[in-house]
Design a protein around this ligand. Structure first.
Ligand SMILES: [Zn+2]
Length: 502
């Protein structure tokens, strides 16, 4: 059995002005054929999980042939430009044609991809695949739980399986699960029947950590459902709030063996349980001053999560609200990372050990009231900005490249890492590779909400999610939506919902 592998992953923040271009994929991941296996086989990513499971079948003597077809991935950023999207889909379909006849296909969409031309971009490319392959060839895929699932995505696939953790630590396991489900389908052992339900609910980003008490019971119900007879898998989609599209919000999926009625009743049960907890999914907001006041009572290092500049949610990585507050309060032994290629160049020109009046970050968010951090800084060290993460961390990344990097320190002991490329705070190797010991800081700023915890909880006993302004503000009711579905809780607090079972 010839099994194709296709990945096309992008989390698109439609509230950002700058569109995502083909070059953004070329700079990160844009691969065809065997190059896909070279990049992903052995990685913590779900596509790595596809390879692991299929290779195990081959070793066991199963007549499986792995056909790597296409993989594209770019860091979360703005809506994908129309021509870039056409080109990505064209290359993918060409690679599919070149791959020859397939018996089954494994797909890895993110689920929150938006293009200018096709707002439901994942629905678009998956539908294109279904049309090419016809109704008989099974398509099984994975999803990021930040997916804004659409009916078109569900209709195009036989089964979709979302990661069950945020931070995402089970990507590889879900990839393996998808591959095993596809092989069992091809052997004729099972017939997946999928049902998705879309309760009118958006879960605040601040409430999306899966092992916190407000989400735990929902995942426990999902786990219990999977032990029932006839159930193959199920998924909870938390949703991605920074996309102004009709499918923005939460959803659930159940997949059974040949029983569409059971799939519908399981999905309804999950949707009802999610809906009943909706008040707990409204974000809790702590402002900058309140957060810094709280720091004095907590054991360090304390990680301040900069929710308004959530790089993994597509933001610019140069938000300086927390950096300025730490500087003004002279909170020493603090660390913050800012994307600022010009400041890196200034530091390089000045040289290690020298001092310089600098103006750092704060450029992209002027319309949110941001401004640069200004002050006198000593250039501590300069780096090439490349590092590796050997452990399983959010996103399944292994190699990182944040470009030329400078470390500068204020007279009060605020350490600022300046990068030449936007970088997600998913690895402490970002600090360690530049000679910093994260455990020696009192306060570490991480530009994210939940994802940084996978790395930072190794050294930080305390975390505070800070409601900073910016394009990824946690106050989603402040975002100006034109296309989201209505009514939707909590935007319309009186929204009602009942499934047939509820
Ligand atoms: Zn995610």
């Amino acid at each position: 059995m010839r099994i194709g592998i296709i990945g096309l992953l992008h989390e698109s923040n439609t509230f950002l002005g700058r569109p995502t271009m083909l070059a953004d994929f070329e700079h990160q991941t844009l691969l065809e054929g065997e190059a896909v296996s070279g990049h992903f086989a052995g990685s913590h990513h779900e596509i790595g999980g596809f390879f692991t499971a299929l290779e195990a079948f081959i070793e066991a003597g199963e007549p499986v042939e792995i056909v790597p077809v296409f993989a594209a991935r770019a860091l979360p950023s703005g809506t994908i430009e129309a021509a870039a999207w056409s080109e990505l889909v064209r290359r993918m379909l060409e690679a599919l044609h070149a791959a020859g006849p397939l018996d089954g296909l494994l797909v890895a969409p993110h689920g929150a991809t938006v293009s200018e031309s096709f707002p439901d971009a994942d629905g678009h490319w998956l539908t294109q695949l279904r049309e090419r392959l016809g109704p008989e060839i099974p398509i099984v895929g994975t999803l990021d739980p930040h997916a804004n699932l659409s009916p078109a995505m569900a209709a195009a696939c036989d089964a979709l399986i979302a990661y069950r953790t945020n931070p995402h630590l089970d990507q590889h396991a879900r990839g393996e699960e998808a591959a095993r489900l596809l092989v069992r389908t091809l052997r004729g052992e099972i017939r997946p029947r999928m049902h998705a339900v879309f309760p009118p609910l958006a879960i605040n980003i601040e409430r999306q950590m899966t092992d916190e008490p407000h989400l735990r019971p929902l995942y426990e119900l999902a786990d219990e459902q999977r032990t029932r007879p006839g159930v193959l898998t199920n998924s909870i989609l938390l949703g991605f709030p920074y996309a102004d599209v009709p499918e923005m919000g939460s959803s659930v999926i159940a997949v059974t063996d040949g029983d569409p009625v059971l799939a519908e009743s399981l999905a309804n049960e999950l949707a009802d349980a999610m809906w009943q907890r909706r008040e707990e999914f409204v974000g809790r907001m702590i402002g900058i001053d309140q957060a810094l006041d709280r720091c004095s009572q907590l054991e360090g290092p304390i990680c301040l999560l900069d929710m308004g500049d959530n790089v993994g949610g597509g933001s610019a990585a140069d938000g300086a609200f927390l950096a300025r507050a730490l500087h003004e309060r002279r909170l020493n032994a603090s660390f913050v990372c800012l994307y600022d290629p010009e400041a890196v160049q200034a530091a390089e020109r000045t040289g290690i050990g020298q001092e310089l009046e600098m103006s750092l970050g704060g450029r992209s968010g002027v319309h949110y009231g941001d401004e640069p951090l200004r002050g006198r800084f000593r250039i501590q060290s300069l780096h090439d900005g490349r590092f590796q993460e050997p452990e399983v961390r959010h996103g399944g990344y292994r190699e990182f490249d944040q470009g030329r990097t400078a470390l500068v320190v204020s007279e009060h002991g605020l350490t600022v890492m300046l990068t030449s490329k936007r970088m997600v705070p998913f690895s402490l190797q970002q600090l360690v590779s530049c000679g910093l010991d994260p455990s020696r800081f009192r306060i570490l700023v991480a530009k994210g909400v939940n994802a940084p915890l996978a790395a930072y909880r190794e050294v930080c006993p305390n975390f505070i999610r800070v409601n900073t302004p910016g394009p990824t503000t946690a106050e989603m009711t402040l975002l100006e939506f034109h296309h989201r579905r209505r009514p939707l809780f909590p935007f319309e607090p009186d929204t009602s919902f009942a499934t047939r079972s509820g």
